[in-house]
Design a binder for this molecule. Structure first.
Ligand SMILES: Cc1cc2nc3c(=O)[nH]c(=O)nc-3n(C[C@H](O)[C@H](O)[C@H](O)COP(=O)(O)O)c2cc1C
Length: 157
């Protein structure tokens, strides 16, 4: 199973989590970490398992760095039904109405295109005392177990 960790970050928290998840995954798996700024919607493939780490800015919006990707993704049309992914959203419960909604824009569009989210939706609340990477690394094993137990989408080995 090959993992691609994608991140959208404005002040660095999601990027740090993505790097820490990538390093943990690389202990036992093939894994790469990419900024959503350097990723195109057409790159989504059933050969990879995606872990998307993304924060919330503005009023429930994506971080600025992820906006160019999302603009393209909104109008991108393809059948992503073979694509599997997990989501980890960052936010702050201080923003009650829009808590952690940034990542949900990406999650909703992936679902619309037929991709399958695997495992629990991870979250980090900046108002909590928990360190972002601690929460994400605690969340990771269940995701890896679920991802690696899935049959390859292409039916291959
Ligand atoms: C200007 C600004 C606006 C924000 N708006 C929201 C919001 O609407 N909802 C939310 O849950 N968090 C919001 N946050 C909190 C961030 O999502 C949180 O601090 C997160 O850890 C930042 O991650 P990043 O460094 O990867 O961008 C906002 C933060 C800032 C600085």
């Amino acid at each position: 199973m090959k993992f691609t960790v994608l991140y959208g970050s404005e002040s660095g928290n999601s990027e740090l989590i993505a790097q820490d998840l990538g390093a943990k995954l690389q202990e036992e798996h093939e894994a790469e970490v990419k900024d959503l700024q350097d990723f195109e919607p057409a790159e989504f493939t059933a050969e990879q398992f995606y872990i998307i780490v993304c924060s919330t800015h503005g009023e429930g919006e994506l971080p600025n760095t992820a906006l160019p990707f999302f603009e393209k993704f909104k109008s991108f049309e393809a059948d992503l039904s073979g694509v599997r992914y997990a989501m980890f959203g960052l936010g702050d419960t201080f923003y009650e109405e829009t808590y952690s909604q940034g990542s949900e824009h990406i999650d909703n569009r992936l679902a619309e295109l037929g991709a399958t989210r695997v495992g629990e939706y991870g979250r980090h609340d900046a108002s909590s005392w928990d360190l972002p990477s601690d929460v994400a690394l605690e969340w990771l094993p269940e995701i890896v177990a679920a991802a690696t137990s899935l049959a390859p989408a292409n039916g291959g080995n």
